[in-house]
Design a protein around this ligand. Structure first.
Ligand code: IPE
Ligand code: IPE
Ligand code: MG
Length: 236
């Protein structure tokens, strides 16, 4: 019996979020440049997205680049952006073949023109796909998102279309980048680090956390199944 058969399909998390960490260490262990680890990480993204869609997960949110990641050496940032453009370009057809819709959250205006263009094209091409939403968090951080949301709400108050007394948790949720998405029931982080690193901080108030020492480039379908089985054994 494979791990997949142990998953209770009726009790699947609708939304899984992943902090894909450990690419640099994976490459370093092999005497390679960090970028090699990021390249290998793309294979894990493909495998994990396919597995999630196959079993019936509705939303998969991947932390691909944080607001803080801009502080990395320029060569690494450039390589990551190039890899992102390349991957989106190459994978759009596979996404459509698998009926997966591509979405993005984060400060997309901070991405370079070419990257934004590729991303918007892929989002438009896949817009009517229905099996699963694959959400890339790009130049994203939870505090950035909350700050933007508070600014937007303050502007609505200033222009008289929102009464401060009407600001509820629901109103805040509906003004986040993730508006319309359910909160993640399961958040996975690879590489043995046990932090949230400014990921979906509002949305993960009640999320089950799952940490694995596997480095992201080693993460495969079976690892996703293992995380889901662990989640299903918890009391909620
Ligand atoms: C995660 O791997 C990928 C990104 C943050 C873009 P890292 O690059 O953080 O790899 P480690 O944590 O240094 O091993
Ligand atoms: C979190 O990983 C961000 C992404 C996976 C994109 P980092 O490696 O950047 O986080 P820290 O620095 O260890 O907290
Ligand atoms: Mg890291």
């Amino acid at each position: 019996m494979s791990l997949k058969d142990k998953i209770d399909i009726k009790n699947l998390p609708q939304h899984i979020a992943i902090i894909m960490d450990g690419n640099g260490r994976w490459a370093k262990m092999r005497g390679k440049h960090r970028v090699f680890g990021h390249e290998q990480g793309v294979i894990s993204v493909r495998d994990t997205a396919e597995a999630a869609a196959e079993i019936g997960v509705k939303f998969l949110t991947l932390y691909a680049f944080s607001t803080e990641n801009w502080k990395r050496p320029a060569t690494e940032v450039e390589a990551l952006m190039k890899l992102l453009v390349q991957t989106i370009h190459q994978e759009t057809k596979t996404l459509t073949d698998n009926d997966i819709r591509l979405k993005a959250i984060g400060d997309l205006d901070s991405l370079d023109k070419n990257c934004r263009k590729e991303l918007i094209e892929a989002m438009n091409t896949t817009a009517s796909n229905k099996r699963m939403d694959l959400v890339l968090a790009l130049s994203y951080s939870g505090r950035w998102e909350l700050t933007e949301t508070f600014k937007a709400l303050a502007n609505k108050v200033r222009s008289g279309i929102l009464n401060p007394d009407d600001i509820t948790q629901e109103v805040i949720s509906n003004n986040l980048n993730t508006a319309g998405m359910p909160e993640p029931e399961l958040l996975i982080r690879t590489s043995g680090e046990c932090r949230i690193s400014n990921f979906l901080i509002w949305q993960s108030a009640y999320t089950e956390l799952y940490f694995t020492s596997k480095l992201w480039p080693d993460f495969r379908k079976e690892d996703l199944y293992e995380a889901i089985i662990d989640y299903q054994q918890r009391e909620r």
